[in-house]
Every structure is written in C-alpha cells, then in structure tokens.
Write a protein that binds this ligand. Structure first.
Ligand code: S3P
Length: 441
C-alpha cells in the first residue's frame, strides 16, 4: 500500500498525452495471438491489467516482446492454435482480462484456471459462465461463481445465439471471442449498445462479422467461426477514460487550459465529454481523424463554471467507468447532478456507488446514495482533509486525488499503487500539469 496525498493545484496548463486505451490494448494482444505471423502494436497501454493479458497469451503459446521503440510485437498462433497453460492465469485486478480470456479458451479441449486479486475474486462471473456453458464448456468456481475458476474447454463447441441480459461489453466480447474457434455462426444480441472495440478489431483482422440493427436501439452481431487470420499492425489510441481525469482536473481548477492529444473518440466511449458539455464545460474536439478504424481527436479543456444536470440513463454504457470522476466535477457544479440507472457500478473493481458516496461525504461533499446511483449537490468550497479508502480501485484513487486539487485541505488516498493497473505515470503527468500529488509518509 502506498498512500498518496493531493494538495491544492496550480492552474493546469500544457499539452499532454495519457496512456493507451485499456480496452483496445487487451483486445490487440488477444487478436494478435489469434492471427498467424507477426503483428505490431503501437501505443499499447503498459499497465498491469494489460501486461497480465500479455502474460496469459504467452502462457498459451504466443511470443510477445517489446521493441526498442516501445511497440509490442506479437507472433500469434492462429485460431485453434492455443495450448494449455501450465499454471493458473493470474489476471490481477482485471475483469476485462479475466472475462475476455475465459471466452477465448472455452472452445479449446483443455483446462485453464483463472486467479486474481482480492477485488477481482469477488466480481461476478456467472454472467460469463452462463453463455459460455451453452457452447459446451464447463466451469468450476468458488462459491457464487467467483474466481478462482477452472474452465474445462470443449473439443466440439456448438455455436449459440444469446441475448445479453446486462449491458456489458465484456460479456459480449467473451462470447464473440468464443465464437472464433467455434464452427458455424454465433450471434450476440445486445439490446443496449456497448463499446464496440471487439467488433472493430474483428473487422480489422478480416473476421466475417455482420452487424444488424435489433429492436429500437439494439444490435445483432453475428460471427462466422474458425477463420484463418493474418497478422495485422495495430494502433491503440489513448484512453478516453484516462483522459477524463486531467479533463475534470482542468475544469475544476481555476485558470486551467490544457490540450489532451490523440484521445480515442469512439462514440461508445465519449458519454463523459457530452455530459460535461451539457453541464457547461468548455471542451472542444480538434484535429478529428480516423486511425485503424477508431476515431481520434485532441481535446481542448478550459476551467469552467459547471451546472448540475440529470444524466440520461441511456448514456450509462458510453461512460460507465467515468461516474467516479463525474462525481468530482459534480461536487463543484451549481445544484444537483443526478446519476441513476447505474446498478452495474456496484460490481466494478469496487462498489463504486458506496465507495464514492463514503469518500465524498468524508471530504464534506453533499451526496445521497440510491440503489442505482447517487445525487451530488455541488458547492464552490469543499473542505477535503480526509483519508479515502480506495478498495483496490484505480478509478477511485485517481478521482479523489483529482478532488484534492481543488479542496481547501489536501485529500489522501490509502493506496495509490492500484493506479498502475490502468494509468502508469498518473502522478508525474498530473504534477507536470500543475497538480501537487505526493507520497504521504
Ligand atoms: C470493458 C467494459 C466495461 C468497463 C471495463 C472495460 C471492456 O465493463 O467497465 O472497464 O473493455 O470491455 P462491462 O462490460 O462489465 O460493463
């Protein structure tokens, strides 16, 4: 555990780049492994979660190295080419790594065990094991189907059609990855669209995939299994979820003016920026372009006086990881910011509703907790001065360090080391802009 403390910041200024997108980085390593030959990945996130996925791919036969220019080189084994790992795959803190790779290995005739840290070991896996069982795989897990879990994969998997009962890109992606080594056509129906990086990556690698509209807003995604995939180079844009921390820091720190470069602008991920604009934030997108099938832009953010809003429930999937940092922006907004329809937040790296509400209250923010969200009532001066429990959750740690940049007294978090899972270099980057985040001795 390493405690960090955040003091009142100077106005933030300068151009900056946040690390690569976590969701795309996991998928780039997995898809590089599913292709035959050498794929080169530039911009890969070198956070602990993604490095655990790289280790898992290596344990099943891929050759993965980091080149001198910090590109990553993957020699894949091809669809059907994975081999049984000798040891349990340790996915650390990563729900995405665990769930996607469980899907990937389900249609292979071998056993794969998954372990993780204390946070990951409490997270629900039934949402994955239910659909993957329909392919024919079997799962043996701890009580309530949590990690450690052993997957007994199936030699002759059968394709499935499955409608997602919960809006989750991880569940969708687990099924789509299982479909890769399953003969025939597998269809996933998602009534509410979620991030579509897996679908875009499949298209990039030449997988036969068709996407039809379903119902009012939904999609039916069909993949034809057992393709022969050729290696492809990949470019990972920087992470819009990580960029939200300096963006909110600039919005709440008077005098700030920053440009965050090369940020992924996939519409299934940009809900936070639309919401902040709805609250009156001075945010503009410049230099918009397309890189390897993903849209990218530079984000210009200036300090702004914000007003609370009711965040539309149907926006949740496009900003599901950003509610903790939105709560920080809402703490300084005029009036109430009402965030509902967020039951999923209770099963993230921590129960993000309970943990945010406890931390905000400790810092003197007016907040009320609902079953499915929270309401934050903003004010111009917030006391701070508290020590916040992060519960092994990187986004909780970064959110409260951002809060401390504007509070009257510094805010401390009990464990800054978890930030390494998604945003290595967070503290140096923020301090380079004007923050004052230090070790708490
Ligand atoms: C992710 C999907 C989301 C998100 C997570 C990354 C992904 O989870 O919270 O950080 O890469 O597919 P759910 O699919 O469980 O909503």
């Amino acid at each position: 555990m390493s405690n960090l403390i955040s003091h009142k910041a100077d106005p933030l200024s300068g151009p900056l780049k946040v690390p690569g997108d976590k969701s795309i980085s996991h998928r780039a390593l997995i898809m590089g492994t599913m292709a035959i030959g050498q794929s080169r990945i530039s911009g890969l996130l070198e956070g602990e979660d993604v490095l655990n996925t790289a280790e898992a791919m290596k344990a099943m036969g891929a050759d993965i190295t980091r080149a001198e220019n910090s590109d990553w080189i993957v020699y894949g084994v091809g669809v059907g080419g994975l081999c049984e790992p000798e040891n349990a795959l340790d996915m650390g803190n990563s729900g995405t790594g665990a769930r996607l790779i469980m899907g990937l290995v389900a249609p292979y005739p071998f056993h794969t065990s998954f372990i993780g840290d204390a946070s990951l070991s409490t997270r629900p896996m039934k949402r994955i094991t239910d659909p993957l069982s329909k392919f024919g795989a079997e799962f043996h897990g701890a009580e309530g189907m949590t990690l450690p879990i052993t997957v007994s994969g199936i030699m002759d998997p059968v394709p499935i059609e499955y409608e997602l009962p919960v809006a989750s890109a991880q569940v969708k992606s687990a099924i789509l990855l299982a479909a890769l080594n399953t003969p025939g056509k597998t269809t996933v129906i998602e009534p509410t669209p979620t991030r579509d990086h897996t679908e875009r990556m499949f298209e990039h690698f030449g997988v036969t995939i068709s996407i039809a509209s379903h119902g009012t807003n939904g999609k039916a995604i069909t993949v034809t299994g057992q393709p022969e995939l050729k290696a492809r180079d990949m470019y990972v844009p920087t992470d819009p979820s990580s960029a939200a921390f300096p963006a909110v820091a600039a919005l709440i720190t008077p005098g700030s003016d920053i440009i965050i470069e090369n940020v992924g602008m996939n519409p299934s991920r940009t809900g936070i920026y639309i919401t902040l604009q709805d609250m009156g934030a001075d945010i503009s997108f410049i230099n918009q372009r397309l890189e390897c099938g993903e849209s990218v832009a530079d984000i210009h953010v200036k300090y702004s006086e914000l007003t609370g809003i009711t965040v539309p429930k149907d926006r949740a999937p496009s900003m599901i990881d950003e509610y903790p940092i939105l709560c920080i922006a809402a703490s300084f907004a005029k009036g109430d910011t009402i965030m509902r329809g967020l039951a999923e937040l209770r099963v993230k790296e921590s129960d993000r509703i309970a943990v945010m509400v406890a931390g905000l209250k400790a810092c003197g923010v007016t907040v009320s907790e609902h079953d499915d969200g929270m309401t934050v009532t903003g004010k111009t001066a917030i006391e701070g001065g508290a020590k916040v429990a992060t519960h092994l959750d990187h986004r909780i740690a970064m959110s409260f360090l951002t809060l401390g940049m504007r509070t009257e007294n510094p805010v401390e978090v009990d464990d800054g080391s978890v930030i390494e899972t998604s945003f290595p270099g967070f503290r140096a980057l923020m301090n380079g802009l004007g923050a004052r985040i230090e070790d708490k001795k």
